[in-house]
Design a protein around this ligand. Structure first.
Ligand SMILES: [Zn+2]
Ligand SMILES: [Zn+2]
Length: 58
């Protein structure tokens, strides 16, 4: 069984590949929702928005 990330980037909504070493996963400081962002969007400096509560990170 292969280990796969069932994570989607909050910015571009694309599934994040396990090969994406620049991807980041963190928890929303407000509601604790898991937020993932792909390396591409991270480099682009896009805001991280919690899809659950709407919190916008720096
Ligand atoms: Zn993305
Ligand atoms: Zn949240």
């Amino acid at each position: 069984m292969a280990a796969t990330f069932e994570l989607k980037c909050v910015s571009c909504k694309k599934p994040i590949s396990v090969d994406d070493r620049f991807a980041v996963v963190f928890h929303c400081p407000v509601c604790g929702h898991k937020i993932a962002r792909c390396g591409k969007c991270r480099k682009a400096g896009k805001e991280r928005v919690c899809p659950n509560c709407g919190f916008v990170g720096p």
